[in-house]
Design a protein around this ligand. Structure first.
Ligand SMILES: NC(=O)C1=CN([C@@H]2O[C@H](COP(=O)(O)OP(=O)(O)OC[C@H]3O[C@@H](n4cnc5c(N)ncnc54)[C@H](OP(=O)(O)O)[C@@H]3O)[C@@H](O)[C@H]2O)C=CC1
Ligand SMILES: CC(C)(CO)C(=O)C(=O)O
Length: 304
């Protein structure tokens, strides 16, 4: 099985390394000659406390190479994923499998609708990784990745996408990936914008009564939207799940907090923006989400 990786950042590098180590043929898709040159000079360094340090020479090419793509993993930030997919669309064949792996919601569904003749899958992960520098990735967290079909073409695919065994990736197929994406976006909508705004670690999100009340009200809004969309979230209240995740990741700075800090674009539109747009569609008021959407947008603008 040959996988092309589009988005060779933190998570994309982990997947490239793990697929390569599991014996798959892997090709990295890089978007300009400078990046390709940098990669060719150093290769991919993958560090993990479980498997040690690997110096890997995985094939790489520019996105506008001409060979057909059999299996594509799109693992950019959510705001870039549809454009990234479009940039290689001509290389996909009617038999290609495309997996969209990112946080947030929207682009995955747009991809499934835009390419009904292709098998479009979505994936969500609780793994953690960061880049020490370009093409040098540190695996920081060991979670689970769930993937499942998003459109009819993928539903008809009966084999598993990942037949090999991975020592360090826990990958499972789910029949209802949409619901898993909803659950993840709900948690991210409750934690990410507030930690970015308070400039705090996840573990500090609930450490005052005022913050706890805000998170509780925010969770109420998100849950009401999910229910209106026929996606009731968890068996326990969203607030309890969020409190659990915040405790489990207490020492982390959320990805949105880090994006603001490092003056990078955030996924606010695909997380909180998605919740707000669904709320509008169902006539539900979400004043806290709306306020957070605008505050994070303003923070992003200010940090440019
Ligand atoms: N990192 C983590 O621990 C976790 C991340 N996630 C989610 O996974 C997704 C990916 O995150 P992460 O790996 O951290 O992100 P990164 O920013 O580290 O990587 C994204 C990569 O995508 C590349 N890219 C962007 N646009 C294009 C394009 N048009 N064509 C080709 N490549 C492109 C970027 O390349 P360039 O360098 O050229 O800009 C960059 O290397 C996000 O949705 C994130 O929220 C989920 C759980 C944990
Ligand atoms: C679960 C959480 C909040 C962990 O930091 C996350 O997914 C993120 O930071 O984007």
């Amino acid at each position: 099985m040959h996988w092309h990786i589009l988005g060779v950042g933190a998570i994309g590098s982990v997947w490239a390394a793990q697929l390569h180590l599991a014996g798959y043929q892997v090709t990295l898709l890089l978007r300009n000659k400078q990046k390709l040159l940098t990669y060719q000079q150093q290769g991919l360094v993958y560090e993990s406390d479980k498997l040690g340090r690997h110096q890997l020479n995985i094939d790489a090419e520019l996105i506008d190479a001409h060979s057909p793509i059999e299996n594509l993993l799109v693992v950019t930030k959510a705001f870039a994923s549809l454009e990234a997919l479009n940039s290689v669309a001509e290389r996909l064949t009617p038999h290609s499998q495309v997996v969209m792996l990112q946080n947030g919601m929207g682009p995955q569904q747009q991809a499934a609708a835009q390419y009904p003749h292709l098998s479009i899958w979505a994936a969500t992960t609780t793994d953690g990784a960061y880049l020490k520098k370009p093409f040098h990735v540190i695996r920081a967290g060991y979670g689970e990745t769930l993937y499942g079909p998003l459109n009819q073409s993928a539903t008809g695919f009966t084999d598993t996408l990942f037949p090999q065994v991975f020592p360090e990736l826990q990958i499972n197929q789910t029949p209802d990936i949409l619901h898993k994406l909803w659950c993840k976006v709900a948690i991210n909508a409750a934690i990410n914008p507030l930690t970015a705004l308070y400039q705090c670690k996840n573990g500090e999100l609930l450490n005052t009564v005022e913050r706890r009340n805000t998170v509780a009200d925010l969770c109420d809004e998100i849950s009401r939207v999910a229910n209106a969309c026929d996606q009731p979230l968890f068996e326990q209240p969203l607030f309890d799940v969020v409190a659990h995740v915040a405790k489990q990741t207490a020492g982390n700075f959320s990805s949105m907090h880090q994006d603001i800090l490092h003056q990078r674009p955030t996924e606010i539109e695909q997380i909180t923006g998605f919740i707000c747009d669904e709320a509008t569609r169902h006539g539900i008021a979400t004043p806290i989400n709306e306020a957070l959407r605008h505050e994070i947008q303003a923070l992003s603008e200010r940090s440019k």
